[in-house]
Design a protein around this ligand. Structure first.
Ligand code: ZN
Length: 231
């Protein structure tokens, strides 16, 4: 099945861990994931940060280092190229690794924040992209800079969810890549797209609990997605 992109005006790519896994980015959940090696209660929640910010920041430094060792793949680049042809292509991602942006993709909505952003909850200072050699731990106001990530037990960022939700409701083509979609609010997105009339495609290495919602299910690797479209 080949999808002709000329039939659509607003495209949303919804990506999850499977998009990055093929680049070699370690996954968090699932077997062999980071949460099997590290207890999130010590490394990825506000309580841990308040108790031992240095340890939490060192952990995130390690995460960034391991992301930097990875390369973007053909799937990332396909989306970037598509954005040069179509002006309404949005990426909604569950990933915090910034791999889409590294491939030159724009218009990326990060549901769970980013390893590359830091913020100070005390004075409101924020850094959008800390770059590769960032080592500063503290804000000028003296507080530790916190990774701008949705940690365990954090509330989701309602503004970001709202933004994603709006794009998904408006789109006429919704393509889910590398996500099993079981974690809320992501689990609701395919349904949201579908009930607003979008054509929905799932691309994953295996079928998922949500496959039945999609108009089309394509079993493929994230790097191969470009093969299924013509523009
Ligand atoms: Zn500050």
């Amino acid at each position: 099945m080949i999808i002709d992109l000329n039939h659509y005006n607003k495209i949303v790519f919804f990506t999850g861990a499977g998009m990055s896994a093929e680049s070699g980015v370690p996954t968090y959940r699932g077997s062999g994931g980071i949460w099997h090696k590290y207890n999130w209660k010590e490394y990825a929640c506000q309580v841990a940060f308040d108790k031992d910010p240095q340890q939490v920041l060192d952990f995130h430094e390690l995460r960034r280092k391991s992301v930097l060792e990875c390369e973007t793949h053909k799937g990332h680049h396909f989306i970037t190229e598509l954005q040069k042809i179509y002006n309404d292509v949005t990426i909604v991602t569950q990933n915090i690794d910034g791999m889409h942006q590294r491939a030159g993709t724009k218009n990326v909505i990060e549901l769970h924040g980013s390893l590359w952003r830091l913020r100070c909850d005390d004075c409101g200072f924020a850094i959008d992209d800390i770059g590769e050699s960032f080592t500063k731990k503290k804000c000028d106001c003296g507080k530790y800079l916190r990774p701008d990530i949705i940690w365990f037990e954090d509330m989701l960022n309602t503004k970001v969810i709202q933004q994603a939700s709006e794009r998904i409701q408006e789109c006429d083509l919704f393509i889910s890549i590398g996500t099993s979609g079981v974690v809320w609010p992501a689990a609701g997105f395919p349904q949201e797209a579908k009930s607003n009339g979008a054509y929905c495609i799932e691309m994953n290495t295996e079928s998922t609990e949500l496959s039945y919602l999609f108009d089309e299910v394509i079993i493929c690797r994230a790097s191969e997605i470009g093969k299924y479209f013509i523009d």
